[in-house]
Design a protein around this ligand. Structure first.
Ligand code: GLN
Length: 309
């Protein structure tokens, strides 16, 4: 039986919050720098549609890299796994999420996996649609269906802030374009990618997205299959092998559940067959993961034996 009491959850939040001071709020995207270092909130959503939460769960934040799981799901739905994995690999990397280093060493040029920026840019490039607006609309629609909330959208200010400063992501994209891995205008791709990263959620919506992944793509509340089981399975596997960037191995040992983080401080986790977790804690460790969010998941995993291993 997992935690059903908000009071108990709040005790874990307060314990984990104490490590926030050791982290740093991301500032390479200027609009993210305004987040509060000490914030920490969590929501857990169960298949019977109950939700337990603690902290300021109404607070809205952007998906950032968590969106990579959803863009991958959409690209897999659009093209199938064979087509997608001819273009992007399946292997984890020991490099930081925005590293350009391995791209040149791989022949043919193929980003190692869809959870690092090079792979995510390529996956976003694969999303079908008539225009950037149409492709953003398709992504937002999928996030809405996963979260069961039609009010979800993206924050133009944060998208613009990242678009204006995304020099490294442009460099990765130009490299992929030079090697004929993408064939669209780089700024057009960046416009789409930065809007994807700027999709806004709160913890409770993020936990609902995690719940759908935990339930193999089925929304247990509406009984609707939001994404095919096979797509959910592939996404969850990447969450285990690459979801916490180059800290995924340690996360698998310490916590042991599929999870994906983003530089805004969000973590979406799916406890297979059970429930979804959404966390927001903007102070990050040196690898870009929410420092207090990791601590909180570690406390919960050891208390409730969440590890799937
Ligand atoms: N938008 C961010 C970027 O591309 C996402 C990275 C992240 O959350 N780690 O840099």
């Amino acid at each position: 039986m997992f935690c059903k009491s908000s009071k108990e959850l709040l005790n874990y939040v307060e314990e984990a919050r104490s490590v926030s001071k050791d982290g740093v709020v991301a500032n390479y995207i200027p609009a993210l720098a305004q987040a509060k270092q000490n914030d920490l909130s969590i929501a857990i959503r169960y298949p019977d549609s109950t939700c337990v939460s603690a902290g300021d769960v109404g607070k809205i934040f952007t998906l950032q890299s968590i969106s990579k799981v959803i863009s991958l799901a959409l690209a897999l739905i659009d093209h199938g796994a064979d087509y997608v994995f001819e273009r992007v690999g399946m292997e984890p990397t020991g490099d930081p999420f925005n590293s350009i280093a391995k791209l040149e060493n791989l022949a043919p040029t193929k980003p190692l996996n869809p959870m690092i920026n090079a792979g995510a840019l390529l996956v976003t490039h694969l999303i079908n649609g008539q225009s950037v607006e149409d492709r953003v609309r398709r992504l937002v629609t999928l996030v809405r269906e996963l979260a069961g909330d039609n009010a979800i959208g993206f924050c133009p200010k944060i998208a613009q802030s990242e678009f204006a400063t995304a020099h490294l992501n442009r460099a990765l994209s130009y490299f992929l374009k030079q090697h004929k891995r993408i064939n669209e205008d780089v700024d057009q791709l960046l416009a789409l990618y930065t809007k994807q990263c700027a999709i806004e959620v709160n913890c409770s919506q993020l936990a609902q997205i995690g719940l759908v992944f935990a339930q193999d793509g089925l929304n247990p509340v509406t009984k609707r299959q939001v994404i095919p089981t096979e797509v959910a399975r592939i996404c969850k596997t990447f969450m285990v092998t690459c979801g916490m960037y180059n800290a995924s191995g340690e996360f698998a040992i310490r916590i042991g559940i599929p999870a994906k983080s983003g530089v805004s401080g969000g973590i979406m986790a799916a406890v297979p067959g059970k429930f979804g977790i959404g966390i927001f804690g903007p102070a990050l460790d040196e690898k870009g993961n929410s420092i207090a969010g990791l601590r909180l998941l570690e406390l919960l995993s050891s208390q409730y034996q969440l590890s799937m291993f």
